[in-house]
Design a protein. Sequence first.
Length: 383
Amino acid sequence: MFNNPTRNDWLLLAGFSLAVLCLPILLEPIGAAYPALMQKFCIFGIFAIGFNILFGLTGYLSFGHAAFLGVGSYAAVWSFKLFTMNAIPAIVMAVVFAALFALAIGYISLRRSGIYFSILTLAFAQMSYNLAYSVLTPLTNGETGLQLSLQDPRMIDALFFEPAAGLPRVNLFALNISGGGYAGFYLCAIALIVCFFISLCIFRSPFGLMLRAIKSNQMRMRYTGFNTRPYLLAAFVISGMYAGLAGGLMAATDPLVGAERMQWTASGEVVLMTILGGAGTLVGPVLGAAAIKYFENIFSAFSDTVLHTVFGFLPDMIEDPIVAFFSLFVGDGWNLTLGVVFMLIVIFLPGGIMEGLRRLYALFRRPPDGKIKATSTQIQPAE
């Protein structure tokens, strides 16, 4: 199913791994080098990589991937409540339950394609969201959200440890994962690197080539007698497993989950991340996820008080209109800024951030005279 990675693939993996592990150093100049934010970069990077396997390779646009994110989070928290506070079983349960849920939804949704497939996935996600608030309240705790309590059995931990005062913390072999520390960040970072490597193998494999062929012309493949549904279903389940892993890591770093993780806005966010970074590319979705989460953190922190401080040197008659204008794009209105940026990217860089980087690379590689030297060819006489 998978080809052996080439030398360039190993170099790409090494560079990606080095960049992820050195995020605390690389993000220091832009004020983003604190573990809680870097955890978000890694978790949503995993989410976007998984979505890109489905959307970027097959062209099938799902608006319901947040359902798998929520299922993974709920499964992980139940693992903490019932069995152990160790993060490994919780992450495994999150991936398994998300895979089973994706298999059920994908089996039904993939009977249709195009906009009908997108609407079906959106409908299933909204059904899951509403069920979590109503019928499934005993499992999800409704609007309050599922969280740990002192009365949880934690059967495996009870066999080996005496219960301590207060709520226990998520751990990974004595390392505290929850609480926004560096241990939680490096767990997410290692998971991101592993997920990137699996995605790299899929992209370079015959399986990935088949998914690209489906995106290129699925009708022609069907006319030749080729059954594309098993490949689409496999891509859908793998994508759902990535989302479940992201949800499990969310629960591991913060063991509290609510149904809002399954809302349609969360599904739309991963679509924006993938398109912003570059759908169908390896690194693009990770860059898109990091960019959105960084700007969300930066722009949402600007309040009217901060803006008045920034423009305080101006006269009041000028300061007040300027603050009123910029307040539309920051604070609670930062989504307007995201919308404007996304619109500009789609218009001028349809390939996302990766296309912009390729254009810059081509610009710097251009010869000084601006002309590309053509290779000289000698005309051969006809035989």
